[in-house]
Design a protein around this ligand. Structure first.
Ligand SMILES: Nc1nc2c(c(=O)[nH]1)N[C@H]1C(S)=C(S)[C@@H](COP(=O)(O)O)O[C@H]1N2
Ligand SMILES: [Mo]
Length: 387
C-alpha cells in the first residue's frame, strides 16, 4: 500500500473521530495501550545501555522498560539535535519557500495554521537507533498536525529544472570541510518527486500541543515513512534547486556504507539514510508470580506477524495487541513465556511484513558488512534473569 493511500485512510479515521467528538480518545488511547496485567513486575534487562557520551546530541531516549502507552507522551519522546538549540522569535519567524520556484512565498505560523489541517499518527525512529551501545530509545509514536507540503510547493510553482527540495533548519554549527572550518546550517534534501508525496506535512502540533521547542517549534517537516533525520526541525527555508544537495548531513553524516555483491566482487556502496526499515524489539519482561510475559513493538511496514525466540529456540508467534495494518505506526505485541528455569535467558523478536519481508538477522550481508551504525534494523536479542 502506498504511503499516500495510508495517509488518506488515516485522515478519514481522524475526521470521523473528530465529528463524533472523541478526539481526546486518540491521545489517551486506552484501547491502544498494552493490555498490561494488573500484577507483574518489570524484570530489568541485564544488557542495560552504556553511558551516553553525547548527551547534548542524544538529549532524551524512550525508556523501553516503562513503555505502557501506544502514543508516546511529549515529555517521554526522544530528542536528537546535532547543534545547539536555535533561538527563534515566532513574532518575526516566517518559512521561506524559495529557489527555483515561480512564486517565492513567506509563510508565518498563522499562515501555516490557516491552511488545510492534516493529522498523521507516525512512529518516528532515528536511523542511528540500536546501532550504538548507548542508544536504543530513539523512537516514539505521536499524532502530528500541520499542513501538507505539496500544495505549498504547487503554489510556489517548482520549476521544471528543479531536481531537489532542500529543507533548512535554524540550527547551525561548525564543520570541517577539507582545510576549512565553516558554519553550516542543518539541512536535508529530497527529490522533487519524494517531496511532492501528499503525506508530507509541515507540522506545528505534536499530540495536540504546540510543537515543543526541542521538537522543532514553530514548524518541522514530518515525512511519514522516512527515518528521523529527514524530518527537519526548526524550519526556516524550503528551497528548490537544480542540482543535488551535498550538505554535511546528506553526504558525510547519515550515510550507510556497506558492501554489495556484484558478480564475484563485493563492492562498497554509499547511500544516504532514507525510508524506515522493517524492525521490532522486545520492550520489557513482566514477572507475574513466576509466569513471564514479554511485550514489544514492531514497525517500519505493515506488520503481519511478529515471532519470538527464547534462548535461541524455535520461532513462535507473538500476539499482536494493536492493529498492524498501518505501516506508519508501530504495532505492539506480547508473548507468554510461562514459567522459566531460574537463571539468565535471551529473547529475540523478528517482524514479518504484510508483503512477506522478514526483519533481517544480524548476519544479513548488508548489515554484516555495514561500517556505519545507521539503518541497523537487524534482529535484536535481549537478556534477563528469571528468579
Ligand atoms: N534542524 C534539525 N532537524 C533535525 C535534527 C537536527 O539536529 N536539526 N535532527 C534530526 C534527527 S537525526 C532526528 S532522529 C529527528 C529527531 O526528532 P525529535 O528530536 O523530535 O525526536 O530530528 C531530525 N531533524
Ligand atoms: Mo537521527
Amino acid at each position: 500500500m502506498s504511503i499516500a493511500a495510508v495517509s488518506r485512510r488515516t485522515l478519514v479515521k481522524a475526521s470521523a473521530a473528530t465529528m463524533a467528538g472523541i478526539t481526546v480518545l486518540r491521545f489517551a488511547g486506552p484501547a491502544r495501550a498494552f493490555q498490561t496485567p494488573e500484577s507483574g513486575a518489570v524484570v530489568p534487562w541485564n544488557d542495560q545501555l552504556a553511558d551516553n557520551p553525547v548527551p547534548e546530541v542524544i538529549v532524551k531516549q524512550l525508556d523501553w522498560e516503562s513503555l505502557d502507552s501506544w502514543i508516546t507522551p511529549n515529555d517521554q519522546f526522544f530528542i536528537i539535535k546535532h547543534y545547539d538549540e536555535p533561538t527563534i522569535d515566532v513574532s518575526t519567524w516566517a518559512l521561506q519557500i524559495s529557489g527555483d520556484v515561480a512564486n517565492p512565498m513567506s509563510l508565518t505560523l498563522d499562515d501555516l495554521k490557516a491552511r488545510e489541517r492534516t493529522e498523521v499518527t507516525f512512529t518516528l525512529e532515528c536511523s542511528g537507533n540500536t546501532g550504538l551501545p548507548f542508544f536504543d530509545g530513539g523512537i516514539g509514536n505521536a499524532v502530528w498536525a500541520g499542513t501538507p507540503l505539496a500544495p505549498i510547493l504547487d503554489e510556489a510553482g517548482v520549476s521544471d529544472t528543479a531536481r531537489e527540495i532542500v529543507s533548512w533548519g535554524a540550527d547551525s554549527g561548525e564543520q570541517t570541510r577539507g582545510d576549512s572550518k565553516i558554519t553550516e546550517y542543518f539541512a536535508r534534501s529530497l527529490s522533487v518527486e519524494d517531496a511532492m508525496n501528499p503525506a508530507n506535512l509541515i507540522v506545528y502540533e505534536m499530540n495536540g500541543e504546540p510543537l515543543p521547542p526541542l521538537h522543532g517549534f514553530p514548524a518541522r517537516l514530518i515525512l511519514p515513512g522516512w527515518y528521523g533525520v529527514n524530518n527537519v526541525k526548526w524550519l526556516t527555508r524550503i528551497e528548490a534547486i537544480d542540482r543535488r544537495f551535498q550538505g554535511f548531513f546528506m553526504a558525510l553524516d547519515y550515510v550507510s556504507i556497506y558492501q554489495e555483491p556484484h558478480g564475484d566482487e563485493m563492492v562498497w556502496t554509499f547511500t544516504t539514510v532514507g525510508r524506515d526499515r522493517l524492525k521490532s524489539a522486545p520492550a520489557r519482561v513482566l514477572d507475574q508470580d513466576g509466569d513471564y510475559l514479554v511485550q514489544g513493538a514492531a514497525w517500519g511496514a505493515e506488520i503481519a506477524k511478529v515471532e519470538v525466540s527464547v534462548d535461541s529456540g524455535a520461532w513462535e508467534d507473538a500476539d499482536l495487541t494493536t492493529d498492524g495494518s498501518d505501516p506508519l505506526t508501530w504495532t505492539f505485541w506480547t508473548y507468554d513465556l510461562g514459567s522459566l528455569a531460574s537463571g539468565e535467558h535471551t529473547i529475540s523478536s523478528r517482524a514479518i511484513s504484510a508483503t512477506g519481508d522478514q526483519q533481517p538477522a544480524p548476519d544479513d550481508p548488508r548489515l554484516a558488512t555495514k561500517t556505519t551504525y545507521f539503518e541497523s534494523n537487524g534482529i535484536i536479542t535481549r537478556r534477563f534473569t528469571a528468579a
